[in-house]
Write a protein that binds this ligand. Structure first.
Ligand code: PLP
Ligand SMILES: N[C@@H](CCOP(=O)(O)O)C(=O)O
Length: 453
């Protein structure tokens, strides 16, 4: 399988090369050259364990890695989850299910892909004798999941940019209390969008990227998206067969990676009713799906900080498919959006997407309602998914453990939620760097601390 750029200006790459490349050289995002049809495989996948299902799915894409090696990489990636189901699907009532994606080592859905990506990098580096400097941007969860996925791996240094004061205190501790000498968390004076823009700028500087062997852990990396497709298929196969096709996945959304993964699985043949893009008050995607106007707004801090994002990186992948793979059109749209912050889609086709918007007061209300109705404590991001559920079968993705956001939970339902993993971090020293939201500062940090052969 080859992978092509959404902007069409670079040669297609095989799986391993595309993973190592991260962002395509033309600034686009890699997507599979074609989407395999999984509809005739689904029945034979029913009953597989999570990691076996992941292996069957990945085989369709990672065909340049010997299957025995791929299977070992994937098996190792789901060892640190604290639930044997890996992604348990709990039934809340006849029509409402919760897909619990917070049982990984850093208590958020990012572990599904980043444990796997960490092991993939280790494998590819060992084969090639290369070293990498991982550069990522986070609004709270990708950073800690990437650090955990790469922890203790040789030949890797990790630079994670996050918006100072705009992630939860415990999320910050997860990144800054590791004590690892190859991990550099950098608090920038800006928003997640600023951090992501810096990362994309540095990946777009071909000389710098090559010299410092930059590698991506954000969902610009196609392996992230593919790994995230798997839990949709897993949940689909866990639903009673008479329910699966009428199910709608409700996805708390920020950078559009999670919901895009589900939509791709659907385009590959996993037939469902649709996908709800659930935003917080940073509602660029909500406005888009309602009006066809894609217009950036100011990033406003919310109770769901990891979704405090306006420029949703993976939306470019959606545009690519929605515009029938017309890379020229993708370039035109991305260029116009970059210069004016706006694009109006004529005759916008929302496909199977719908959207809801959840402000801070509704986040608290939804946490309270779910607790009172089902006795379940959900985190503020998941709470966005409970906004205005329609009357059909809904699978709400629960993207983080509530213990990461104890203050919001306390003020919503007067309950203390704790996790031993997070409690232990409170004893440790925070080690972080601070700088302005300027790519030159980050360049200097990488030059000083980066690893080179
Ligand atoms: C807890 C949580 N929920 C939801 C999201 C949104 O996911 P995505 O950025 O893939 O849309 C994020 C951040 O990515 C997150 O950390
Ligand atoms: N919410 C994310 C933001 C980065 O998204 P990614 O999917 O591109 O890594 C976070 O928690 O960091």
């Amino acid at each position: 399988m080859k992978f092509v750029s959404t902007r069409g200006k670079v040669e297609p790459l095989g799986f391993s090369e595309a993973v190592m490349e991260g962002l395509a050289g033309d600034g686009g995002l890699f997507v599979p050259e074609f989407l395999p049809d999984i509809s005739n495989k689904l029945e034979s996948w029913r009953g597989l364990s999570y990691s076996k299902l992941c292996f069957e799915f990945f085989k369709l894409f990672a065909d340049d890695i010997p299957q025995g090696d791929l299977e070992k990489i994937i098996d190792a990636s789901y060892k640190k989850f604290d639930d044997a189901q890996i992604a348990p699907l709990s039934k809340l009532d006849d029509k409402t299910y919760l897909l619990e994606l917070y049982h990984g080592p850093t208590l958020a859905f990012k572990d599904f892909a980043l444990q796997l990506l960490g092991n993939l990098y280790e494998y590819l580096l060992e084969k090639s004798g290369r070293v990498i400097n991982v550069l990522g941007a986070t609004s709270g969860d990708t950073g800690s999941a990437a650090i955990n996925g790469l922890f203790g791996k040789k030949n890797v240094n990790i630079f994670i940019l996050y918006p100072d004061g705009r992630v939860s205190p415990l999320q910050e501790r997860q990144m800054t209390c590791t004590g690892a000498s190859n991990v550099f968390p950098i608090a920038i004076d800006g928003t997640f969008d600023d951090a992501q823009a810096i990362v994309k700028e540095l990946f777009g500087d071909a000389d710098f990227k090559k010299k410092w062997s930059l590698a991506a852990v954000n969902s610009i990396n196609l392996a992230r998206i593919l790994a995230q497709c798997v839990y949709y298929v897993y949940a689909y196969l866990k639903l009673p067969p008479d329910r699966a096709q009428s199910a709608r996945f409700v996805v708390p959304t920020g950078n559009f990676g999670n919901v895009l993964a589900g939509w791709l699985a659907c385009k590959m043949g996993m037939k469902v009713r649709g996908f709800t893009v659930a935003t917080n008050q940073n509602d660029i995607l909500y406005r888009l799906f309602k009006t066809g106007v894609y217009e950036v707004g100011e990033v406003k801090p919310s109770y769901a900080p990891s979704m405090d994002i306006q420029v949703s990186s993976n939306f470019e992948r959606f545009i690519y498919f929605a515009e029938n793979k017309d890379t020229c059109k993708v370039r035109e749209i991305m260029q116009a959006f970059k210069s004016s912050g706006k694009w109006i889609f004529e005759n916008f086709n929302a496909d199977v997407f719908s959207s809801v918007r959840c402000d801070d007061s509704s986040i608290k209300k939804n946490i309270r309602n779910v607790y009172e109705k089902y006795g379940k404590i959900i985190d503020p991001h998941t709470a966005c998914g409970f906004e205005n559920l329609d009357g059909g079968v809904n699978v709400v993705l629960s993207t983080a453990h509530p213990a990461k956001f104890p203050e919001v939970i306390k003020s919503a339902i007067s309950r203390d939620v704790k996790s031993p993993i997070l409690e232990e971090l409170k004893q440790r020293k925070i080690e972080r760097m601070e700088c302005g939201a300027n790519s030159d500062f980050i360049r200097e940090i990488i030059k000083e601390r980066g690893i080179r052969k």
